[in-house]
Design a protein around this ligand. Structure first.
Ligand SMILES: [Fe+2]
Length: 204
């Protein structure tokens, strides 16, 4: 258990990724190209999973675990794994930034949603299901704020699914939204990270 909000990347593959990420962000920040440019280094990270040790694959019964691997001080980059137990699903949620998700273990189904109301009523959000697709091992799927930012992930394997997340914020500390589509309900939440004390780094 770490209380630190800034975790140094010790493994070479992670250090390389963070260097690549910094160079790409310096060059393409704020452009439409940023997400595409980040895909190749994210794929390299996904295809050399030596850094995804047991501690980052641990399920938490009846919960979605998110294990922080690296968080930049800025905070404009976080790398974490998400572990969803067999037979479980995440809540429908957003991320408020761009990034990539890659499947490391198991199988998943991803449901993508569009928000179609005008955001004017507190607690109310109307979502439409856009797609429901199986995610295979080694597959990378994009998250793009705001148009491709709302989704739900279900584990479709009899082992927990483990996915790598690379996002352009410090997701666990960001106030964002979860949705209950069949009730047209939305609420704010801060997800935190399963291996970091609640409150560590939040609000800085
Ligand atoms: Fe997500």
């Amino acid at each position: 258990m770490s209380n630190a909000y800034y975790i140094e990347p010790v493994q070479p593959v992670l250090r390389r990724f963070v260097e690549d990420f910094r160079n790409i962000v310096d060059r393409y920040r704020g452009t439409d190209e940023l997400l595409d440019r980040l895909k190749a280094p994210t794929r390299d990270l996904l295809y050399d999973p030596s850094w995804i040790t047991e501690e980052f694959r641990q399920p938490i019964p009846d919960a979605t675990a998110s294990w922080a691997v690296y968080r930049s001080q800025e905070p404009d980059l976080c790398i974490f794994t998400m572990v969803v137990p067999a037979g479980s699903e995440t809540k429908v949620h957003n991320h408020l930034t761009d990034g990539w998700v890659g499947l490391v273990q198991g199988a998943q189904v991803e449901r993508k949603f569009h928000r179609v109301d005008d955001h004017s009523r507190p607690g109310y959000a109307r979502l439409e299901l856009v797609s429901q697709d199986p995610i295979d091992l080694g597959e990378l799927t994009p998250l793009k704020h705001p148009d491709e930012d709302i989704h739900q992930v279900l584990t479709a394997s009899d082992v927990p699914s483990v996915s790598l997340h690379v996002l352009c914020n410090d997701l666990g500390t960001v106030e964002r939204q979860l949705f209950v589509p069949h009730e047209d309900h939305v609420e704010d939440f801060v997800s935190g990270y399963s291996n970091i004390d609640p409150g560590a780094g939040i609000g800085r």
